[in-house]
Design a protein around this ligand. Structure first.
Ligand SMILES: Cc1ncc(COP(=O)(O)O)c(C=O)c1O
Length: 429
């Protein structure tokens, strides 16, 4: 059956007409199966959302239990147990001090909320002039207009420049080609001096610094040193600037800790979470802030201090039930240990089998994010590798010259072997 009506995300539709898409009829564990019975190993957890493999039985049961009660209710002036129980459990595992939870349905909306929240917090605490955000080069925080204003990946922002509010972009870490000639594993985040200079000069205008902790994923899984985060935390404290940690991609275990901020032992003022939050079953996101921020909105109705940001499906009970079950699985199945074991196994296999591929620039990894960066000048390299791998039953989606693996945490060792074997076959050519 030819599909004529869907406009796919981030896609030049002409290419779809030339290369029909696999139409998936079933998914289980690490595998997707299409209508022609081709199998694909999902080595990117379906855009980084699917944490425990497809069709996880526990999450399915939790969803069904909730479905048998009710599907959705208005979340303003009404509440329900799935949201209460989920937020209770979430706050227990979040970095210290994050305790007030706002709901939305996707990552970009959670970022929009974080920016508005920070701006309004300063406005309501007599710092009206704080209306700019700092982000760093290669940042990605989503594709709505507000989120683009703190993004710095040209392909997403360039076209929309006239629509986007001007914020402040600072040169961030470039660890693969460090100009200070340091190594990301033991540097002192010398590149932080760029933020430091800007903040010292303009702190009166700065509402928040927004950062992807430890890894800039959409920029090609750029990993940087934890000291960079510590220094950002310190300067934010010093100048009354909010620190927004965008853990939409790296939260929920991806870097080997429950939240990536834990590597630096810091707590942000606001955190944004989505993607793996429901184990990859349903769209849900949260923006969580400290009580200090919350208190600046808490007053008599007439004072007009409430936070006005709502979505029709805010706090969807089915999604909350899936998210609660996701947290239970983390606890009951010791998922963080599993991530670190799988990561070590993957590292060993990559070092043994992919270290001698031609044009290797760098192999880097953290938790279950493993990246092979290639020296290459062909702008279609990523698409070509994706297509070649797909023919051999492997779903990867390189970003630029970065071939990365971000599999479900439940991946089996023999499935890791398969990823490495197919990648090695393709890359050795
Ligand atoms: C760090 C980060 N922030 C925000 C987003 C946007 O999330 P969504 O695609 O759900 O809008 C993403 C998506 O990849 C992300 O990686």
């Amino acid at each position: 059956m030819k599909e004529n009506h869907i406009w796919y995300p981030c896609t030049q539709m002409k290419e779809i007409d030339l290369n029909p898409l696999p139409n998936i009829k079933k998914a289980k564990g690490s595998w997707l199966i299409d209508k022609n019975n081709n199998k694909y190993l999902d080595a990117i957890s379906s855009w980084w959302v699917n944490l425990f493999g497809h069709n996880n039985p526990e999450i399915k049961k939790a969803i069904n239990r909730q479905l048998n009660k009710f599907e959705h209710i208005i979340f303003s002036n009404f509440t329900h147990d799935p949201a209460i129980k989920f937020t209770d459990e979430l706050v227990k595992v979040l970095p210290k001090g994050l305790e007030k939870v706002l709901f939305s349905s996707d990552g970009s909306s959670a970022v929009e909320m974080a920016l508005k929240l920070s701006f309004q917090y300063h406005k309501q605490t007599n710092n009206r002039q704080k209306n700019k955000f700092i982000s760093i080069t290669n940042s990605y925080h989503g594709e709505t207009i507000g989120a683009l204003s703190v993004g710095n990946i040209d392909i997403f922002t360039k076209t929309y420049k006239p629509l986007i509010k001007q914020n402040i972009t600072i040169q961030g870490p470039e660890c693969t080609n460090c100009i200070y000639k340091k190594n990301r594993l033991n540097c002192n985040a010398e590149c932080f001096e760029n933020i430091e200079k800007e903040v010292q000069k303009n702190h009166k205008k700065i509402s928040a610094i927004i950062i992807e902790p430890m890894v800039q994923c959409a920029a090609g899984m750029k990993i940087y040193n934890k000291t960079y985060l510590k220094k950002i935390r310190d300067i934010c404290n010093q100048y009354n600037i909010n620190l927004i940690a965008d853990e939409i991609a790296v939260g929920f275990g991806r870097t080997g800790k429950m939240f990536a901020c834990e590597h630096a032992n810091i707590s942000p003022d606001i955190i944004t979470l989505s993607k793996g939050i429901t184990g990859g079953f349903l769209p849900l996101s949260v923006t969580v802030c400290t009580k200090k921020i919350y208190d600046a909105f808490y007053d008599d109705y007439e004072k007009n201090k409430s936070f006005l940001h709502s979505h029709s499906y805010s706090g969807n009970p089915i999604a909350c039930a899936a998210a609660l079950e996701t947290l239970k699985i983390f606890k009951n199945q010791q998922i963080l240990n599993k991530i670190n074991q799988k990561s070590l196994y993957m590292q060993k296999q990559i070092e043994q089998n992919l270290n001698n591929i031609p044009k290797l620039k760098e192999y880097r990894h953290i938790g279950l994010i493993h990246v092979i960066e290639i020296n290459n000048k062909n702008p279609r390299f990523n698409y070509e590798i994706h297509k070649k791998a797909l023919k051999k039953g492997l779903l990867i989606r390189p970003i630029g010259n970065n071939i990365y693996f971000m599999p479900p945490y439940t991946i089996k060792n023999e499935e890791i072997d398969f990823i490495i074997h197919i990648s090695s076959e393709i890359l050795k050519k």
